[in-house]
Ligand binder design. Structure first.
Ligand code: URA
Length: 192
């Protein structure tokens, strides 16, 4: 019998939970949440302290900005799916290490396959470079790329937008571009 998406996600979450070979075991698993049929999947880098406490992605200051901008463009947080490349918090909010990113990769790959979004919107440099190693955030944010069967749009990390006004401007502008990309996704994906 083919399992439905919700059960597939539940099973994946418990696989990650029971994989004790994964690094960062001292923090909680932050699996991801949202609409399991979302056309847009947001992917950040790794949970921070608030996310670790609540076991939910993007619920700290950056998450509040994300919620605010989603509301401004007429979407709801519950309409999209949100997760991270690394599913547990690195200590002291340090950047995730390459070896941490690699070992969580098979799980993220499965999670993307199950959700099956048309567009992956990466938040920040690490998530962008996970899909396109040669991309540069200042040059490529807000652009649409094709990654396999999906579109991908790099967006600045909300924490970076909170630190600099010019980044905030681009961060907000990329969400308007994202709406257009969603509307055109099928057409863009049907080309070649
Ligand atoms: N930053 C991230 O990249 N992910 C989160 O879930 C929270 C903050």
């Amino acid at each position: 019998m083919i399992m439905d998406k919700r059960n597939q996600l539940r099973q994946l979450e418990s696989e990650i939970e029971s994989d004790k070979s994964l690094p960062l075991q001292e923090s909680n698993l932050v699996f991801g949440e949202g609409n399991i049929d979302a056309r847009v999947m947001f992917i950040g880098e790794a949970p921070g302290s608030t996310e670790d406490l609540q076991r939910r992605p993007f619920v700290g200051r950056g998450g509040q900005l994300l919620n605010k901008i989603l509301t401004e463009i007429g979407w709801k947080r519950e309409d999209v799916y949100i997760t991270n490349i690394v599913k547990r918090r690195p200590p002291d909010n340090r950047d995730p290490l390459p070896e941490e990113i690699i070992v969580y990769q098979p799980y993220l790959t499965k999670q993307i396959e199950i959700i099956n979004p048309k567009i992956i919107a990466t938040l920040g440099r690490f998530a962008m470079n996970y899909f396109i190693p040669t991309a540069k955030i200042s040059r490529d944010q807000g652009k649409i790329f094709r990654v396999g069967r999906r579109l991908m749009m790099p967006i600045y990390h909300p924490a970076a937008a909170l630190r600099a006004t010019n980044v905030m401007k681009d961060f907000k502008a990329s969400f308007s571009k994202l709406i257009k990309a969603v509307a055109k996704a099928d057409e863009l994906l049907s080309k070649q």
